[in-house]
Design a protein around this ligand. Structure first.
Ligand SMILES: [Mn+2]
Length: 313
């Protein structure tokens, strides 16, 4: 991948705003804070802002920066880990002087003036690792590396997802060479709270299994709220269904009510090898081949998507 354009843009800019997707995960936030830190450690005097309103409670992260419209309008915006415009946390990114997209999702909806896409990377943090490692004249500190390692580990689910490659492991090695405490970081990002542990029990005992291969669970708003979780946190437990040998496709759905009181469903869909993002796209969702999401399904669409996922096995 040719990173020279990205480096050149960073060198030229006085003000850089860094964006990532809504409902951020550790890859979104990790790539964001890693890039901010790397620029700050290497380019004195530049103004760098980590934008976005939402946070993730998986591991501890710095606060996002408050940014006014004038700052954004005078900045170059780097949008990380976000496949389409609608998913950027803070739509004001579009007002920037220039927009640069850096991502590892399939590029179905290209946006921005410059696109750096590698959809065979397991994480955006993997892409940034190679970016920083390419230019050895700059500092690649342990702090930057730790942010990246969190995203690499979580997006690849500990190097187990089917987009994990030798490059992913190579990136892990580059990051580890800065002296990271690998065991500690792994516990930081993957350890459960007691409440989460109990919620896992709820998920396991309420999972429906079809054809011995398709597992799904629907969690209503009252239930996830009673565990102190929001809907997106609740769906992030989908990984708890991944380590059952017989499950090849699995999903967690959460319910919510629309303005008229009608129940709608959001879902996180996973698969060990069958492609499922085309199914998600039929319902207005999307994502990676084997890890995708859908939102705002009606009861009827719920029935339809369950049938399609079941048939995919
Ligand atoms: Mn990602």
């Amino acid at each position: 991948m040719d990173f020279s354009v990205l480096l050149e843009e960073i060198k030229q800019a006085d003000t850089i705003t860094i964006f990532r997707h809504v409902s951020p995960d550790c890859d979104a936030v990790g790539s964001q804070f890693a890039l901010k830190n790397w620029i700050e450690e290497n380019f004195e005097g530049k103004h760098v802002y980590a934008c976005g309103k939402e946070v993730t409670h998986q591991a501890e992260w710095p606060d996002n920066d408050e940014v006014n419209d004038d700052i954004i309008a005078s900045s170059i915006a780097i949008v990380l880990d976000t496949a389409n415009k609608q998913r950027v946390d803070d739509e004001r990114f579009a007002q920037a002087l220039k927009v640069i997209k850096v991502d590892h999702h399939p590029d179905r909806e290209p946006f921005g003036d410059i696109c750096l896409i590698n959809d065979s990377a397991a994480a955006t943090c993997e892409i940034l690792t190679f970016f920083f490692d390419t230019y050895k004249e700059y500092v690649f500190s342990q702090k930057t590396a730790e942010y990246l390692y969190r995203g690499l580990l979580t997006d690849s689910l500990n190097y187990t997802t089917n987009n994990t490659t030798q490059e992913t492991l190579k990136a892990g090695g580059i990051l580890a060479s800065t002296g990271l405490d690998l065991s500690k970081i792994s516990h930081d990002v993957f350890d459960n709270s007691i409440r989460g542990f109990k919620f896992t029990g709820y998920i396991i005992s309420h999972t429906e299994v079809l054809d011995n291969a398709f597992a799904y669970v629907i969690i209503d708003e009252e239930t996830y709220t009673s565990y102190g979780l929001n809907a997106s946190d609740a769906r992030s437990f989908v990984g708890k269904l991944s380590n059952v040998r017989d499950f090849s496709v699995y999903a967690v759905f959460t319910t919510k009510k629309d303005a008229s009181g009608k129940t709608l469903y959001d879902g996180s869909l996973r698969s060990k090898k069958n492609r499922i993002n085309d199914i998600a796209e039929k319902f207005g969702g999307g994502g990676h081949a084997c890890a995708a999401g859908v939102k705002n399904l009606t009861q009827e669409n719920m029935t339809n998507i369950l049938n399609l996922l079941r048939k995919r096995i």
